[in-house]
Design a protein around this ligand. Structure first.
Ligand code: HEC
Length: 314
């Protein structure tokens, strides 16, 4: 009676051995990890300068007075995305593009690594043809509380009116950057003039930079993981301390990031007792640069504490 059972488990075992270099995250039993939905919406052209300007943004005065984006907009993402993708506000319409994507997000860690898993359906996406190599890119931004703009506004701390393809870019190619790295901040961004090198070095030493992880995806192909930082500009960094696994089935992506808690210089140390700010973005339909979906800011802690996500030790 036991035989078929034994056979099945032996087959399963054989299959696992065949897979050989089983990724470390195979140890996480994701079914047991509680998840939360994170809505990402199409933001149009609504940069840092726009959200801070009362004549543009209804929430500007209260944001300046101390209320964070997610505190006001939790639950608004679908409506906002629908408005912005339709071109009614802040940029041109993108015909046929869904206004938002909801991902179920889970975190876990063990003695070595932090693991993040996102499950989401992109819906029917028009092909923008901007990124020919990858259909989809999933990005997580991470800070350890050293970047006040990120603590308050997540990814909006690095998004500016004069970034590539934004209203004040005037054709320039300018990546995302953090405001305090620039010498002059105007209602249209910081331009290209940076603070003196000494000031930049001090900011950097104080942890005023953001880390990001990205999984570049095509269905049926292994995910390509990259990491990078945002400071005076956004740049990919090497070596890559992040790995990503992805699978696509039934219209849904399952994407898992793995990164050592202590990945050394150039990476934020991930330790218990600290509150991290995270933000998510998805580039869908072969898009690049600003044509992504973005989440509002969320918080993360290890083990226990008051945060949107508590990564429990497995
Ligand atoms: C005090 C509450 C409040 C805060 C804080 C706030 N907003 Fe808003 N925001 C609003 C209101 C009100 C609107 C007008 C549309 C609406 O009613 O949802 C709006 C509109 C927007 C829109 C345009 C889309 C639309 O639906 O009209 C964007 C984009 C936006 N906010 C982003 C942000 C970001 C990013 C932050 C943080 C930097 C932020 N908001 C902080 C209240 C707020």
């Amino acid at each position: 009676m036991n035989k078929p059972c034994l056979k099945t488990s032996l087959a399963a075992l054989g299959f696992m051995i065949l897979l050989g270099a089983a990724p470390a995250h195979a140890a996480i039993d994701w079914a047991k990890v509680p998840g939360k939905d994170v809505a990402m919406f199409y933001p149009g052209q609504s940069p840092w300068e726009w959200v801070l300007t009362p004549s543009d943004h209804e929430g500007a005065a209260k944001f300046r007075a101390g209320k964070d984006c997610f505190q006001c907009h939790n639950g608004d993402e679908k409506t906002m995305g629908d408005i912005l993708v339709s071109g009614k506000r802040n940029g041109a319409a993108v015909p046929g593009k869904p206004g938002s994507i909801v991902a179920q997000v889970k975190f876990a860690h063990d003695a070595q690594n932090l693991y993040v898993r996102l499950v989401f359906a992109e819906g029917r996406q028009p092909d923008a043809g901007m990124d020919k190599a990858y259909a989809t890119k999933v990005t997580m931004m991470l800070d350890d509380g050293s970047v006040p703009e990120a603590t308050r506004a997540g990814c909006w701390g690095m998004c500016h009116d004069d970034n590539t393809m934004m209203p004040a870019a005037n054709g320039a190619d300018r990546t995302m950057y953090l405001p305090r790295t620039h010498a002059h901040l105007t209602a249209h961004g910081g331009g290209d003039e940076l603070k003196p090198a000494d000031d930049l070095a001090k900011l950097k030493a104080g942890g005023y930079w953001l880390e990001y992880w990205q999984a570049r995806l095509n269905a049926g192909k292994p995910a390509v993981a990259v990491n990078g930082e945002i400071f005076a500009k956004r740049e990919e960094t090497h070596p890559t301390a992040v790995s990503a696994q992805a699978s696509y089935a039934g219209g849904k992506w399952t994407v898992t990031f793995t990164r050592k808690l202590d990945a050394g210089a150039g990476f934020k140390a991930i330790v218990p007792g600290k509150t991290y700010t995270i933000g998510f973005a998805i580039h869908s339909g072969h898009t690049a640069k600003r044509f992504h979906y973005v989440s509002f800011e969320r918080t993360l802690v290890l083990d226990s504490g008051n945060a949107d996500f508590v990564a429990a030790k497995e």
